[in-house]
Ligand binder design. Structure first.
Ligand SMILES: Nc1ncnc2c1ncn2[C@@H]1O[C@H](COP(=O)(O)OP(=O)(O)OP(=O)(O)O)[C@@H](O)[C@H]1O
Length: 817
């Protein structure tokens, strides 16, 4: 992980991926071997790998398996941009000029606490812009106006609204009567439970300030009570015990962090929820709130807040209230809305929720602040079109790369990349990597596959991590116990990824597991002894997740984000959110995207959407968007071996996975379910991305390999996207594989980047009517399920990317016999 500036040195394509880890003794799986010369992925003689395909258990029927390295479409790696030594200025770093927090109007007590306890001394650009209007107490200019905050990922938005809330509430601490029974004065609404927990944790740190009035010394004989003693924060999220929440609300929670559904629920059903004096409402990740269908819930919340306020005022006026002291009922509630984008639905929400809003955006680094200037008026009229045409861009210091991986090679290339990334920084403080997959079933499957398979097939349970949730030993059989163990584990580990804990996160896991996974992933940094090197190394962690982890999560020191599956919804915005889990507050980071040969156009597509038009490489040192890395260089770096020895090692890994799938019925079921769910998720790419992502373009037999399956699951293979039955999809069928190779080669030569409208592996009758109908029906089912998930106001972050197979019933209906 780079902590400071990064040199904009672009790696030269095929030889681009260098490994820095040293080869050690022991098995090759322990660490990557040195990189030798590059070879092209293309047809090679399959017999070597077919030889390796024999299962270790020779009592089983011998199955001939197609080689990983034959009959793949030839991939031409695009030329990497020329080397540049321009220093890239991080775009989301704290400012280096003299813009200290105190100059922005922040209370010296808070400034001191930020510095001494949180080691935060300079504001980021968005904080410099947002704090003055939010802290303003003058009756002119920005006072009382609502605020729309738009900024890059990892730029410190959370503090830009939490600090003003804290400063606003702090003076109440000196009132004699104040205690938590005052009720709720500030509410932060976020789309996911994980994000709610994270913000609540930041709040806790702020509220543990031992803030005392300024004139009081630390060693004062009888110091006054700390000003934040009454400021208790609360977390309201689905999955928690409602009764317990009710009793906490009754006692009073001056600051609340909540997901929308649960908040609305309490506003409607908990009479003791005292919210009549609420002074702040924050809608964080507003675009995600909209995507998840929370618009109605938010409208309900706004109405309920108004209603409760009116009732409270009325009670005071009628003398029915037990209120003490003079509360300023004139002061209206301020609303802050944070959103990465200004899409139409977000503008609509802004129109509903904000009054005379000010638009606050991060200005260019180290330029003087222009608060409430030209940007400030953009939102004053509700009808003003807010979309400024500006793009939501990733942090400038982020290094973005992509690998065009033939479908068959995806799984082994992922392992190689993870090994490479882990090896590159093993000696430092432990590496954190986030891997995005398309759906929950795929996350579960890959987690279990990685964590319970072994390279020689000897044991089902390699190194268990101590990090588990399970309690007590039962009377289970060893096999049952092993299954139960896995189900209860928070992290697993794999001999292929030494000293690394593997976590998972998706919306279908119980809340307790989700939070424990995040906690484990974020804190895995303990030193451990490497038996080979006899030196201390830090353990690393990998998080396999769906898009539920893409928004807002601030996990410390994530070195790389790998998009094994590209986003099926949310397009470029979702891509930027995902990669934004690294390269935060000025730190370095890498983003890797897996692109299949038929998806290569995506690279240009995403670049045009995330590149800042006004900035060019030469003038500002901004990185070029996405840099190619060849799949063979990644595999050579990750698996090592002499010459093309990496092919043999990759094959061993693939076969170990395939044997694991064959070993137990339930493993095979997991694999097939993951494959099918992945296909469904893939079919949900919106219409304007269909020219890039279309199930028609996928060779299902090859894709099956990426799930360690030796053939595509029945229905899909026979009647699915391939159109021409098992013959074409059967990876055993050499003749068809050869056809594929020859024609895909000629196609890739003529135009390697062009989307393959009718892939070469299909026969001449590939585009059958049945095929089109089946796809339409698949999409319909998928969309319908997506809508259902969003309609019922369920709180989990579960869009269509959180795909469930639902017992496979719908999938079977897609392809009737
Ligand atoms: N001024 C600062 N100096 C140093 N670190 C900061 C500063 N402000 C915030 N941070 C830290 O930066 C990290 C990212 O902050 P935060 O999560 O608020 O970013 P964000 O803009 O909300 O990101 P995202 O858009 O991904 O949600 C946090 O760990 C926070 O503690």
């Amino acid at each position: 992980m780079d902590d400071g500036f990064i040199l904009n040195i672009v790696e030269p394509s095929a030889q681009s991926v260098r490994r820095t880890g040293k080869a050690k003794g022991g098995r090759w799986t322990d660490s990557p071997r040195p990189v030798k010369k590059a070879r092209k992925v293309g047809p090679t003689h399959p017999s070597e790998h077919e030889r390796l395909a024999r299962p270790t258990n020779t009592s089983r029927p011998v199955q001939v398996v197609s080689s990983l390295f034959t009959y793949n479409p030839e991939v031409e790696v695009a030329e990497a941009p020329a080397l540049s030594s321009v220093i890239v200025k991080p775009s989301n770093a704290p400012l280096t000029d003299k813009s200290a927090f105190s100059g922005l109007g922040l209370d010296p007590l808070i400034v001191a606490h930020l510095e001494t306890k949180m080691h935060i001394s300079n504001p980021t650009s968005i904080q410099r812009e947002a704090l003055p209007p939010l802290l303003s107490t003058s009756s002119e200019d920005t006072f009382d106006r609502d605020v729309f905050i738009q900024s890059q990922t990892g730029s410190g938005k959370t503090l830009s609204y939490l600090l003003p809330i804290l400063q606003d509430l702090l003076p109440f601490g000196s009132l004699s009567y104040i205690d938590r029974s005052i009720g709720t004065l500030a509410i932060v609404i976020v789309p996911t439970r994980e994000l709610a927990k994270q913000i609540s944790d930041v709040l806790e740190v702020l509220l543990t300030l031992r803030l005392r009035p300024q004139n009081e010394g630390a060693d004062d004989a009888s110091p006054s009570a700390r000003l934040t003693r009454w400021l208790v924060s609360g977390l309201l999220i689905g999955g928690e015990n409602r009764t317990h929440e009710k009793s906490r609300l009754r006692k009073g929670l001056p600051i609340l962090v909540s997901t929308p559904g649960r908040l609305l629920d309490h506003l409607q059903n908990t009479s003791s929820f005292n919210v009549g004096k609420c002074r702040w409402l924050v809608l964080d990740e507003a675009d995600r709130l909209m995507e998840l269908g929370f618009e109605e819930s938010i409208k309900g919340i706004l109405q309920a807040l108004e209603g409760r306020r009116k009732l409270a005022v009325q009670a005071v006026e009628e003398g029915k209230s037990a209120e003490v002291g003079g509360w300023n009922w004139e002061k209206r509630r301020r609303t802050v809305l944070c959103s990465a984008t200004m899409r139409e639905d977000v503008q609509h929400l802004a129109g509903t929720a904000l009054v005379k809003p000010i638009l606050v955006k991060a200005t260019e680094l180290d330029k003087p602040s222009d608060v409430a200037g030209s940007t400030g008026d953009a939102l004053t009229k509700p009808d003003v079109v807010l979309a400024t045409g500006e793009k939501f861009t990733p942090p400038s210091q982020l290094s973005q790369k992509y690998i065009v991986a033939p479908l068959k090679l995806r799984l082994v290339a992922l392992i190689a990349l993870l090994r490479l990334l882990l090896a590159q920084s093993q000696s430092r403080q432990g590496t954190k990597i986030i891997v995005f997959l398309s759906c929950t079933d795929s996350v579960d499957y890959h987690w279990k596959l990685l964590g319970t398979s072994s390279i020689d097939g000897s044991s089902e349970s390699p190194e268990w991590s101590s990090d588990d949730e399970g309690e007590g030993e039962g009377d289970d059989s060893p096999e049952d116990k092993s299954k139960k163990d896995v189900a209860e584990k928070i992290s697993l580990s794999s001999p292929l990824l030494p000293q690394t804990s593997i976590y998972r996160l998706h919306g279908s896991l119980p809340l307790k597991t989700r939070l424990a996974s995040l906690k484990g992933f974020a804190s895995a940094r303990t030193k451990s002894k490497d038996p080979n090197s006899k030196t201390n190394v830090f353990s690393s962690s990998i998080l396999l997740c769906t898009s539920v982890a893409s928004r807002g999560l601030d996990l410390p020191l994530v070195r790389a984000v790998v998009q094994y599956d590209l986003p099926t919804e949310g397009g470029a915005t979702e891509y930027v959110h995902r990669v934004g889990r690294t390269a935060r507050v000025g730190r370095g980071g890498e983003a890797w995207a897996f692109v299949s040969p038929s998806e290569q156009e995506w690279v240009r597509w995403i670049e045009t959407r995330i590149q800042d038009k006004d900035t060019s490489v030469s003038e500002t040192g901004r990185r070029p968007s996405l840099v190619p890395a060849s799949v063979e260089s990644v595999m050579r770096g990750g698996f090592g071996g002499k010459g093309n020895g990496y092919e043999e090692r990759a094959t061993q890994v693939q076969l170990a996975f395939e044997r694991w799938v064959l070993k137990q019925k339930e493993n095979g079921e997991l694999a097939r379910r993951a494959f099918q769910s992945h296909m469904r998720a893939y079919a949900t790419h919106p219409a304007d991305e269909k020219h890039i992502f279309h199930v028609r373009n996928l060779h299902l037999g090859h894709l099956a390999k990426a799930f360690a399956l030796r053939e595509a699951p029945g229905h899909l293979a026979q009647q699915g996207a391939g159109g021409n039955s098992r013959k074409l999809h059967n990876t055993h069928n050499t003749r068809n594989n050869q056809t594929h190779s020859a024609s895909s080669k000629s196609k890739s030569k003529s135009n390697p980047i062009a989307p393959v409208a009718k892939p070469a592996w299909r026969n001449s009758h590939g585009d059958t009517e049945h095929d089109a109908t089946a796809e339409r029906r698949m999409q319909e089912v998928v969309r319908r399920q997506g809508r259902l998930l969003k309609q019922d106001g369920v709180l989990v972050a579960r869009g269509t990317a959180e795909f469930q197979i639902g017992g496979g019933y719908d999938l079977e209906r897609l392809f009737p016999q």
